[in-house]
Design a protein around this ligand. Structure first.
Ligand code: NAP
Ligand code: MG
Length: 462
């Protein structure tokens, strides 16, 4: 695969400070497909300086012109969608149709939404005898994971640019080629030099250097709670803004009045998409005791349909981790009704679509984020019991509620400690705020709430 051997800094591809590289592996066949430079603190420093130098000019650029550049970026993402999908498939392993629809498609919607918001947002507001200006926070350090490699970049960079911020991005080491394509798209869209900069590298080296850099005003991180906690602490010590999109362990609550077959079918599909590597996946399915056996049979049947449709996990590390969780579930007494820890193929990081029954709320597989194609069916006795189980983890990122009518589902959803809930299979909305309650994070992405994360206010009194 095509790869740049440098960093995109100050509007050009420049040689890395060091010589170390990262091998990019195709998870389907475990072959090395490219090498990219492993950035160091020196590269990060050069990128942050470029971003800081570009900040006054970009912050002073009229919102309409910032909107025009973001619209141009969206157009490049549209024009290059096949190349983007092929690249995500090569380095993440997602089946091509899923890459085309989701990995290449969703970023177009999100970039488009910020082209519109940049043009229409009220960056100035009258409050009594004051005028309140929404001004850019400054230089953004963006650190992104591999599971939705382009979406997570666009969900940070597009609102940052709309706000008038400049950016240094450190993408996941497993998916740097998608990030390089994005940098090419930014360049093609005519975004001024230094406004967006890319440093590929390892988390504990380049990522940490970026999170700790004095020249960064806001760290926006998506990834594991373990790393997010450290980044939050570092930012707190420096009195620096921080946004954290962390893990989840979301509940799919099926109330007795729901269409059981539909709720189970959509619930299993939700977990199997992207091989279960979705932070907001509904990995716990909560079913009333009177419908439990029927739901288990439906879930096992639904999972089997994904046997030869599912892609691999991203890496050998994730492969070992997810299979370890499946073994742990068996050891703790859960009952396997589909899939299991055995690798279904000799080559590639594949895990079979897996369904556990007889899962109790305190089991490890019901508490920790597995990040693989594994769904756990938990029984509840009544609505209060369901609510206790749904809210009974440290996470609160997403969830679903199914009922005979929307009002009944909404009443339950309002009692859930979680950032977003799909009612009776509600569709993804790229304008709705996305983020977590509890340890699932701090801050919101997408739409106007996502834009507000990159703004700070200044009040002038008259
Ligand atoms: P991770 O280590 O938290 O990775 C997220 C990003 O942070 C990557 O760019 C990573 O770089 C970087 N990073 C790692 N250590 C860092 C440090 N000390 N300072 C600054 N940046 C650092 O997540 P992971 O290892 O890829 O996945 C582990 C688990 O995290 C998964 O099993 C899953 O449970 C969870 N996860 C959640 C999400 C989500 O969307 N909420 C996404 C991905 C993973 P490297 O790529 O070099 O590690
Ligand atoms: Mg990592």
């Amino acid at each position: 695969m095509k790869a740049h051997d440098g960093m995109y800094i100050d509007g050009a591809w420049r040689p890395a400070a060091g010589r170390d590289t990262i091998a990019v592996v195709n998870p389907v066949d475990e072959q090395v497909i490219a090498q990219v430079p492993a950035g160091t603190a020196e590269d990060v420093d050069a990128a942050v300086r470029a971003a800081r130098a570009a900040l006054p000019g970009w912050a002073a650029t009229a919102p309409a012109e910032r909107a025009a550049r973001i619209a141009a970026l969206r157009d490049v993402l549209v024009a290059r969608k096949d190349e983007i999908a092929a690249t995500v498939t090569a380095e993440l392993g997602a089946p091509l149709p899923f890459s085309q629809l989701v990995h290449a498609g969703v970023p177009v919607l999100v970039a488009g939404s910020y082209a519109e918001l940049a043009a229409s947002y009220a960056f100035e507001e009258k409050v009594g005898n004051s005028t309140v200006y929404a001004e850019p926070v400054g230089v953004v350090g963006a650190i992104t994971p591999w599971n939705y490699p382009l979406h997570q970049i666009v969900a940070k960079v597009a609102p940052a640019l709309a706000a008038g911020c400049t950016v240094v991005l450190k993408p996941a080491e497993d998916t740097p080629l998608t990030a390089q394509l994005f940098a090419e798209a930014v360049d093609e869209a005519g975004v001024p030099a230094g406004v967006f900069n890319l440093v590929t590298g390892l988390g504990p080296v380049a990522g940490q250097a970026l999170a700790e850099h004095d020249g960064v005003d806001l760290v926006s991180f998506t990834g594991s709670t373990a790393v997010g906690r450290r980044i939050g602490a570092t930012a707190g010590a420096a009195v620096k803004r921080v946004a954290l999109e962390l893990g989840g362990k979301s509940a799919n609550v099926i109330l007795p009045s729901a269409d059981l077959a539909k709720a189970v079918g959509v619930g299993v599909a939700n977990v199997m998409g992207n091989s279960g590597q979705t932070c907001s996946a509904w990995t716990r399915m909560l079913v009333h005791t009177s419908q439990y056996d029927e739901a288990v049979a439906l879930a096992a049947e639904a999972a089997a349909k994904y046997d030869d449709r599912i892609g691999p996990l991203v890496s050998a590390k994730q492969h070992a981790r997810v299979r370890g969780y499946i073994e742990k579930g068996v050891a703790e007494g859960a009952r396997l009704v589909a899939g299991g820890a055995e690798a279904p193929r000799e080559q590639g990081y594949f895990v079979s679509p897996t369904v556990f029954a007889d899962v109790t709320p305190e089991m490890t597989i019901a508490q920790e984020e597995i990040f693989g194609p594994v769904v756990s069916l938990i029984r509840y006795e009544d609505e209060d019991d369901a609510l206790r189980i749904a809210n009974g983890t440290v996470y609160g990122l997403a969830g679903a509620v199914w009922a005979g009518d929307d009002a009944e589902a909404v009443a339950f959803a309002r009692r859930m400690d979680t950032g977003q809930v799909d009612i009776n299979g509600g569709r993804f909305n790229p304008l709705a705020p996305f983020g977590g309650y509890k340890q699932s994070g701090v801050g919101r992405e997408l739409g106007s709430h996502g834009l507000a994360e990159y703004l700070q206010t200044k009040s002038l009194q008259f």
